[in-house]
Design a protein around this ligand. Structure first.
Ligand code: GLC
Length: 500
């Protein structure tokens, strides 16, 4: 019989409850995929009191006013609530604290973000004990949960309760290692990762703890969200100063490309679309285009290629390059819609482009209700990221037959292959080097290909037929959990549990 695992996902964002980016999409879909494979799954995440979306849920109080010890003699109060992940029977446990998660209107960006997640990590472990839930694997996502692997090999290493619990740390984005900018910390004050933790009341030092580094040094296994990014983060250029730490543990660092939920994203049933379609009725996609052009004030003309971008407005996503080529593209026969929020200077740049080209360019704030209509209505999706651990939007774009134009990097390199007009292979347009000339060439190649209607239709159908659901990656995670469990056993056999 197949082994049934108990898996605890510990993660700072879970769609639909809280979201700042792709992490939440994973938090809301991977646990469900694991449940569908027959495993016992639960999620632990913060209760961001002011902004949490718990519509349609009746939360159950699991425990109130529990006390957790953050450092010797320093205690804080915590409560735990329980909800359900929609369309599943996966319980979601919320860590609630007025002091740490009750007062802000954003998920992150507080001066004490490290303290908030230090507290969260201790509280998450406390909850599992309280529930007497001995998980086979704690799956810790990104820096916010980075002290958990550290605690398991440190303060709790002799604790029988955790004896058989293995810990996997997933890097969703190595640029984020703690609640603040790692590079802004003076070199001499950076956390070496090997010293003992400062006590919780040492505010200054707590805010300099490098959670990701401590996780990488202590997790039983580590993975990141694509195979190429796995290679990249072990190099100086992409390693964000952790490349050597990662290289030291290379044998236990893995790469698994994310999937997307094929029920959440389905052009045949998506309630947000004005016209449904599939690979068998791709021609119907055009109604969505006419709708989008009208809605956002562009010239309504089916024959003009429409490019969309949906991402945080930051330089990581390639907006610096984009700003250099946007007016050239618009002078060609093309339209562009950008949906997203973020950096002020970049947003101002986009607004001024919109002023200059009102019938060809639209810049709109992120609107989750309209996101999929944009993919359905556009011909091309642009994501020229400087670096990209995985990227989910190019997968969603494929699902809606919207052809990706991407930088050949990280997860984009693993999921998008360059279109070859002679061989008729490839599912998008890629550019190899991060510069504006390369980007422009890729866009122009896409616009040229668009002129060949039959070729373009075949490409759209090919993209609509691609398989990027969770089915395969969720299974790969299960295999990785088994490896993680073996590694933990080995660690314990070698005296790990005795502090040797
Ligand atoms: C982060 C990464 C993105 C990845 C997502 C989910 O947001 O920047 O590339 O797709 O996490 O793993």
């Amino acid at each position: 019989m197949r082994q049934r695992l108990t898996i605890a996902h510990i993660i700072s964002e879970v769609q639909p409850f809280s979201k700042s980016g792709g992490l939440a999409t994973i938090g809301g879909s991977l646990p469900r995929a694991h449940r569908e494979l027959g495993h016992n799954v639960l999620i632990i995440t913060p209760y961001y009191e002011n902004i949490i979306n718990v519509e349609g849920q009746t939360l159950e109080v699991v425990a109130e006013n529990e006390h957790v010890e953050l450092s010797p003699g320093i205690w804080e109060e915590v409560s735990f609530l329980k909800g359900m992940l929609p369309s599943s029977d996966v319980p979601v446990y919320f860590v609630a604290s007025k002091k740490f998660f009750g007062e802000r209107n954003t998920l992150y960006g507080a001066v004490n973000d490290n303290a908030r997640f230090f507290f969260f990590d201790v509280a998450a472990l406390h909850l599992l004990k309280l529930l007497n839930l001995k998980a086979n694997v704690l799956h810790c996502h990104d820096w916010h949960t980075g002290l958990i692997p550290y605690f398991l090999r440190g303060r709790y290493k002799k604790d029988e309760f955790w004896h058989d619990t293995a810990c996997l740390f997933t890097i969703h984005n190595l640029a984020f290692q703690l609640g603040h900018d790692w590079w802004a910390i003076p070199e001499g004050e950076r956390d070496p990762g090997t010293s003992s933790l400062p006590t919780f009341d040492d505010v200054d030092r707590v805010e300099k703890i490098n959670f990701a580094k401590r996780a990488i040094m202590n997790a039983d296994a580590i993975n990141t969200v694509s195979e190429t990014y796995r290679e990249e983060i072990m190099t100086k250029d992409f390693g964000q100063e952790l490349n050597r730490v990662l290289k030291n543990r290379e044998k236990i660092v893995f790469g698994i490309v994310n999937g997307i939920d094929y029920d959440d994203y389905n052009p045949l049933t998506d309630p947000g679309l004005v016209q449904h379609y599939s690979d068998k009725s791709a021609g119907r996609k055009k109604d969505n285009k006419l709708y989008i052009q009208k809605k956002y004030g562009l010239e309504v003309d089916e024959s003009v290629p429409l490019i969309c971008m949906t991402s945080r407005i930051t330089n990581q996503k390639g907006f610096d390059l984009f700003s250099l080529v946007v007016s050239t593209i618009l002078r060609l026969n093309a339209q562009i819609i950008i949906m997203g929020d973020g950096d002020k200077a970049l947003s101002d740049m986009l607004l001024s482009v919109e002023k200059e080209f009102p019938k060809k360019f639209a810049f709109i704030p992120f609107d989750s209700n309209m996101e999929t209509s944009l993919y359905a209505g556009s011909d091309m999706f642009l994501l020229p990221s400087r670096f990209e651990p995985c990227g989910l939007n190019q997968l969603i774009a494929l699902r809606y037959g919207c052809i990706p134009i991407v930088h050949h990097i990280g997860g984009l390199a693993d999921t998008i292959t360059d279109f070859d007009p002679y061989e008729q292979t490839g599912n998008g347009f890629t550019f190899p080097r991060y510069d504006s000339g390369n980007l422009l060439i890729a866009i122009v190649r896409a616009l040229e290909t668009y002129k060949y209607k039959d070729t373009w239709r075949d490409l759209v159908v090919f993209c609509l037929q691609q398989a990027n659901s969770w089915i395969i990656p969720a299974q790969k995670y299960i295999e990785l959990y088994k490896t993680t469990i073996r590694l933990k056993k080995k660690f314990m056999r070698n005296g790990g549990g005795n502090g040797k």
